[in-house]
Design a binder for this molecule. Structure first.
Ligand SMILES: NC(=O)c1ccc[n+]([C@@H]2O[C@H](COP(=O)([O-])OP(=O)(O)OC[C@H]3O[C@@H](n4cnc5c(N)ncnc54)[C@H](O)[C@@H]3O)[C@@H](O)[C@H]2O)c1
Length: 275
């Protein structure tokens, strides 16, 4: 159902790999709500993924960019401005990659070169994107930028490994750049801290199935789906949230503020029937 919340708005969506990706769902919802879109992903992901299917569905060009490469980003923004024949109203940064996680290195023994890459791809890339937009003055007044985070930025989830540090940095960049962009052009920058979600990036975390079940039981509303996350992104890109900025917004069914749930207590009690 469309309320045309994004009618006339133009946005770049990073990170749609396949139909499970949060960015994929968000592109569909933004299109449904009347936005015009440019899709971007790393050239290798474009070759290996299915983004052309999405491009057809949302009538968007696909422009490759490795988010750690400033030339790629400059070209992407310049081409997007040409395509839109003007400025950009919103950006979704839906990008993550844990090199040490991928290679099975324990947090206490990470390889620091890989870790640099992890932090660059997953966190400083938000700075790179914002800096590129800033230099080209590519974002319109009251524009909105959203990155995707996870609660491991605040609390320890041991298997989330170095990605916890990457998310803490990502949230900090959103705050810091959000300040400057707000002052300069009333652009807002926020992160959404999403429930664990079955996607390619999500499933890279060790013990992910148990993780997702635990979060489901700990959240009064249950885990938030990627479709619901996409809806939340739409609200943040719309004019209904113009004064929300520099925030990390939990979209997790209440997980972040629940100490323990009855469902988990019952489960623990079942394991100790004599007590
Ligand atoms: N899935 C979850 O459980 C979950 C929970 C909270 C937050 N998030 C975050 O949501 C975001 C999207 O992830 P997802 O779960 O949709 O998984 P996904 O694997 O579908 O998306 C990750 C994307 O990052 C892209 N990417 C990786 N390296 C890149 C580079 N150098 N340049 C450009 N793009 C690059 C990939 O190609 C891919 O499209 C990530 O930031 C992730 O950490 C995911």
């Amino acid at each position: 159902m469309s309320n045309n919340l994004l009618k006339g708005k133009k946005g770049i969506i990073f990170g749609a790999l396949d139909d499970k990706s949060i960015a994929w769902k968000t592109a569909l919802k933004c299109h449904e709500q009347g936005a015009q879109i440019v899709l971007s992903n790393a050239p290798v992901a474009i070759r290996m993924g299915e983004i052309s299917k999405l491009a057809d569905a949302v009538e968007a060009p696909v422009i490759g960019a490795d988010v750690t490469n400033m030339d790629d980003l400059k070209t992407l923004f310049e081409e997007s401005q040409k395509h839109f024949n003007g400025g950009i109203d919103f950006i979704l940064h839906s990008i993550g990659m844990g090199m040490n996680v991928r290679k099975g290195k324990h947090y206490t023994e990470i390889n620091y070169e890989w870790n640099q890459k992890t932090l660059d791809i997953s966190a400083m890339s938000l700075h790179r994107v914002l800096h590129t937009a800033w230099e080209l003055d590519a974002l319109n007044e009251w524009g909105s930028v959203v990155g995707l985070s996870y609660i491991a930025a605040q609390r320890v989830f041991p298997d989330y490994n170095e990605m916890a540090d990457a998310k803490a940095l990502l949230e900090s960049v959103a705050r810091s750049f959000g300040y400057h962009y707000g002052v300069r052009k009333k652009v807002r920058v926020n992160t959404i801290s999403q429930s664990p979600t079955r996607t390619t990036a999500g499933s890279g975390v060790k013990g992910f199935d148990a993780f997702i079940d635990y979060a489901e039981k700990m959240s009064p509303l249950g885990n938030a789906s990627s479709d619901d996350c996409a809806n939340y992104c739409v609200t943040l890109f719309s004019d209904l949230t113009r004064f929300v900025t520099m925030q990390n917004l939990f979209h997790d069914g209440g997980f972040s503020f629940t100490g323990v749930s009855e469902a988990l207590v019952y489960q623990m009690q079942a394991a100790h029937p004599q007590e």
